[in-house]
Design a protein around this ligand. Structure first.
Ligand code: GAP
Length: 452
């Protein structure tokens, strides 16, 4: 029996599971923690890797028209002047005249409500909104005189645009073509909140897809990538009813966007929230970088000889938001064998561990030796899988081991028992149903391989 999810507290249950089971920790926790910064533990880093791997495969590796790249995080201030971020990448911020906390203007009602419920009085005042720039700056260089201002990239996008010429000159692609990338971005968010949802250091996965600068072409590819991205997101194992596409109103669009749609996830903590954006950036970035750097960023059409500045259709997703939404979707409480349990109903391809191997009893050397044999065989085999590994577990009784593996979303638990010693068969337990069946050891690699 699956219990109804009580939505308000699902997020706090996930935060606690993530810490308890080694998925995600508060950044620099032993020093009091750094707001909006998180560290991924052994299982979280695997889940995150599996999501990124899936993005890389779908948007880049499987396609002939997309190249991958990895640009640096540090970029000179001039890049961000050109991209418009120095001037326009801002949030309006107000100061509460009671507690002097600085908050985003759109959160002032919520803040006033908090004061009201604490003290019962009304009539809160905020200062006039000021623009607050989200870029995170740094200085590079060993002396004050020669040091230069740089920024940690506020979006990974600009690393692609500034390399447009390098990719064209080295790979000679034909339009339309794309450049994909995954990497860290940094934003001085005024109110980092909701765990991995709004962080100051986070990861993005993006595609910049350059097309002929014609209305029809732009519209065609925008539709194509909007639908492709939506299908991709549902394939993370998220129910269609928990995802939707929403068009940005004109005044909501980023400064570079001619058209913008979000894929949103229906979160238990705050309703529909942005997961992934599809943006029609037109020729904004290439034009501006051409102008500010002096480099020739036009593309010469090999058939007509025409020099053009392509338009860019962008797909941009947050890796950490995908991790969070996949966890929220997978988190399940049910009753199995009369006991309440928690399990992560992760898609097997995304699970950090694909199979756990147990000897039934840890004090029977013959069972441990046979279990080691099976474990070593599967571990070797796992080198051929794109995602997911194999784990050894002989801690506590079998029931406890199942609970532990359920909580980290391991699809299969394999137990080596006395019957194994007689006929080379093992027990395989299914995470979602708790059902067990006997399988020949020789069949195991096939069963586990079929997952991806
Ligand atoms: N290059 C376009 C771009 O950066 P964006 O809408 O600002 O567009 C794209 O960000 C995606 O990055 C978002 O859909 C979201 O998933 C993720 N993202 C943005 N800010 C974030 C933050 N502070 N913490 C975690 N993820 C964030």
């Amino acid at each position: 029996m699956t219990h109804q999810k009580t939505h308000e507290d699902t997020l706090s249950k996930i935060v606690s599971l993530c810490k308890r089971r080694g998925f995600v920790f508060q950044g620099s926790e032993i020093y009091g923690g750094l707001a909006g910064v998180y560290d991924y533990g052994p299982l979280g880093v695997e889940l995150r890797h599996n999501i990124k791997e899936y993005f890389w495969k779908s948007f880049i590796a499987d396609r002939d028209d997309v190249y991958g790249m990895s640009a640096a995080i540090l970029m000179p201030a001039r890049v961000w002047e050109a991209s418009g971020h120095t001037e326009l990448f801002t949030d309006p911020v107000v100061e509460c005249e009671i507690c002097h906390e600085k908050i985003r203007e759109d959160q002032s009602d919520e803040h006033a409500f908090k004061h009201k419920s604490e003290s019962g009085s009304a009539g809160y005042k905020f200062t006039k909104a000021k623009k607050f720039n989200l870029l995170v700056g740094a200085r590079l260089g060993s002396s004050e005189k020669t040091a230069t201002d740089v920024y940690l990239r506020g979006e990974i996008t600009q690393g692609v645009h500034v390399n447009f010429k390098n990719i064209v000159d080295s790979m000679h692609p034909k339009l339309p073509f794309g450049i994909g990338q995954i990497g860290k971005a940094f934003r001085n968010e005024i109110a980092p909140r909701e765990f991995l949802f709004r962080q100051r250091e986070f990861e993005q996965m993006e595609l910049q897809y350059y097309v002929f600068p014609e209305k029809k072409e732009g519209e065609k590819w925008f539709e194509y990538w909007k639908n492709f991205s939506f299908e991709w997101y549902t394939a993370l194992g998220i129910k269609k009813e928990n995802l939707r596409l929403r068009e940005h109103a004109k005044d909501e669009r980023a400064h570079y966007a001619k058209n913008a749609w979000d894929i949103e996830y229906n979160t238990p903590f705050a309703g529909w929230k942005e997961a992934f954006g599809i943006h029609h950036r037109g020729d904004w970035d290439l034009q501006r970088h051409g102008e500010y750097s002096g480099a020739d960023l036009v593309y010469t059409d090999s058939e007509t000889g025409n020099k053009i500045t392509p338009w860019d259709i962008e797909c941009s997703g947050g890796v950490d938001r995908a991790v969070l939404f996949v966890l929220l979707e997978a988190y399940t409480e049910d009753t199995l064998g009369g006991e309440t349990r928690v399990f992560l109903k992760l898609k097997p391809e995304l699970a950090p561990i694909r199979a756990a191997v147990f000897p039934l009893l840890r004090n029977k050397p013959e069972l441990v030796a046979k279990a080691r044999e099976v474990y070593t065989m599967l571990k070797k085999e796992s080198a051929n899988w794109r995602t997911g590994g194999v784990m050894w577990d002989d801690n506590g009784n079998i029931g406890k081991r199942y609970r532990r593996q359920d909580e980290i979303g391991t699809p299969h638990c394999i137990t080596i028992d006395f019957e194994t010693l007689e006929n080379d068969s093992v027990t395989v337990r299914d995470r979602d149903t708790g059902k067990q069946g006997r399988v020949k050891i020789s069949e195991l690699t096939k069963i586990l391989k079929n997952i991806c």
